[in-house]
Design a binder for this molecule. Sequence first.
Ligand SMILES: O=C(O)CCC(=O)C(=O)O
Ligand SMILES: [Fe+2]
Length: 358
Amino acid sequence: MAPKMVESATNSWDITDFVVNQGHGVKGLSEMKLLSIPKQFIQPPEERIDASKVVCEECIPVIDMACLDGPKVAQMICDAAEKWGFFQVVNHGVPLGVLEDVKEATHRFFALPGEEKKKYSKENSRSNSVRFGTSFTPQAEKSLEWKDYLSLFYVSEDEASALWPSVCKDQALEYMKRSELVIRQLLEVLMRRLNVKEIDEKKESLLMGSMRINLNYYPICPNPELTVGVGRHSDVSTLTVLLQDDIGGLYVRGVHDTWVHVPPIRGSLVINIGDALQIMSNGRYKSVEHRVIANGSSNRVSVPIFVNPKPSEVIGPLPEVLEGGEEPLYKQVLYSDYVKHFFRKAHDGKNTVEFAKI
Ligand SMILES: O=C(O)CCC(=O)C(=O)O
Ligand SMILES: [Fe+2]
């Protein structure tokens, strides 16, 4: 890249324009091989990960789904959802090839020229359900996050075939479809501890009535210690199924203000509880804060599937949970309002759930 370009792009106005508006993303910036990150990406010290708070002795549970019918596994899943809000599953039934294909497809999408990716930006996309972007909500953020993404909201197979980018749609759809069984199994197990005997049509709409798949791309960063890949947040989903590659960098909030790394395990899926399930379980299951650090030497991809209530559902503590006289901690809220509230502001840890607190 010509030095002039580097020089002009480091001008503060141009950076946002280059990264956000022109569709080059952070990847475009990373490829310019800047010696340091532009100031727009510098996070305040309290938002950078503090190495002294990272604990290596602890680890989120790794659960073998092959023994799901045995007595122990269901208990481990529910315990992990209560204590950590996070766990990894192995032998989950989604073929390794499907996982590898969707990671490759993610690299393929982000390798497209900026002009091509820009067709899916907020301004240009033919549909609200397909969105290429950068950071989280650049208009609301004081500091940008070092991440690009393609977000695909699933409406129907026909819509996906017509509108999702052709370089990744088959792989993204296949990953989503093949994950449905493990999603159902997990929800059934989690519901049983809440006295919900079966997931009927109404519960299905409430728990998994909509799906969103994101392809995340975290490019190499010249000053990873000064910025973040994703800031502290909890997901607004019922639960999230996350595929990560072998680079690492995802951290989960542990006890006493500590952070615990989620080590990549080949073939595993990371499962985390989202705010919607925390609310529906009246706080029994925890949607836990997490964040992603930037990386100085490798590009990283991850592919979360956000399993969400249908946007038109009203969520609140489930009647089965309150049956024994437990006081509700959350009010009834329209799920689409909850999501709007989340996307209106920058990432700010666990604060979103305050929106639903009584
Ligand atoms: O990339 C990751 O490992 C996590 C991403 C994440 O937390 C999210 O997209 O909500
Ligand atoms: Fe997340």
